[in-house]
Write a protein that binds this ligand. Structure first.
Ligand code: NI
Ligand code: MN
Length: 236
């Protein structure tokens, strides 16, 4: 497998991913814990989660953002309107950004990129406009470039993500129904040309039927598609 140069990537089920850099910065992407049927039940998060990155406002991506931020003293990074929504929920430290922008988060440059998906947040007061859905490219100093696509359809401007950032690791939704499935994700892999694909957003609920095996059968042999299970860490 390609070298991650000390970066550790742990899948916590659905689209929830913990990224730990070799310099000790911890990122939790799209925390979905209490209501996530695939969250590894005995998993203990690191004491310090420096940054929580949110791709969009759906409950299966943000439902544990505020409690994790409170417990682990995290800064929440999201598109401007979603960051403001979480500040309104009592999150003390937020960074709002927008598509195409990059913020330096310690040893990681986090770039917000396009996704094709809806984004609204729902709570007891109704439905709220919290900006558009996004993905993140994480360019880690002395480490790999990672792409977490969030929830998305395939789109040809993934070629721009390749041209600009050259992600070596692509975390892609493959379950279908609410996002692309394996057929579309295989085209995304052609556009992105990563070395390693980490499939997300499959198997959590019955409609999310796509599998890593289906994707692996559709991509060329030079690209590795991980068969991983929630709680598993990719590192080397
Ligand atoms: Ni969604
Ligand atoms: Mn989702």
């Amino acid at each position: 497998m390609m070298s991650l140069q000390g970066t550790r990537i742990t899948w916590l089920g659905h689209a929830t991913v913990l990224v730990q850099t070799s310099k000790g910065t911890n990122f939790l992407i799209d925390p979905f814990i209490a209501q996530n049927p695939k969250y590894p039940k005995n998993f203990v998060l690191p004491e310090k989660i420096h940054y929580i990155l949110l791709t969009h406002g759906h409950g299966d991506h943000i439902s544990d953002a505020a409690p994790v931020a409170a417990k682990h003293n995290s800064t929440v990074v999201a598109i401007y309107e979603l960051a403001a929504y979480l500040a309104g929920k009592g999150v003390a430290h937020t960074i709002g950004m927008n598509l195409g922008g990059t913020v330096q988060l310690d040893d990681v440059a986090a770039t917000m990129v396009e996704a094709k998906h809806s984004s609204a947040a729902q709570d007891e007061r109704g439905t709220h406009d919290v900006g558009v859905a996004a993905g993140f490219v994480l360019t880690i100093a002395d480490g790999p470039v990672l792409y977490h696509a969030g929830d998305t359809a395939v789109f040809s401007d993934m070629k721009l993500i390749r041209e600009l950032y050259r992600p070596e690791v692509a975390m892609l939704p493959i379950g279908g129904h609410f996002t692309m499935g394996p057929r579309e994700a295989a085209l995304a892999v052609r556009f992105l040309e990563p070395k390693l694909v980490l499939p997300l957003h499959f198997g959590t609920f019955l409609p999310l039927k796509g599998t890593p095996e289906q994707l692996a059968a559709l991509v060329d042999g030079g690209v590795q598609v991980a068969r991983w299970t929630p709680g598993e860490t990719i590192q080397n």
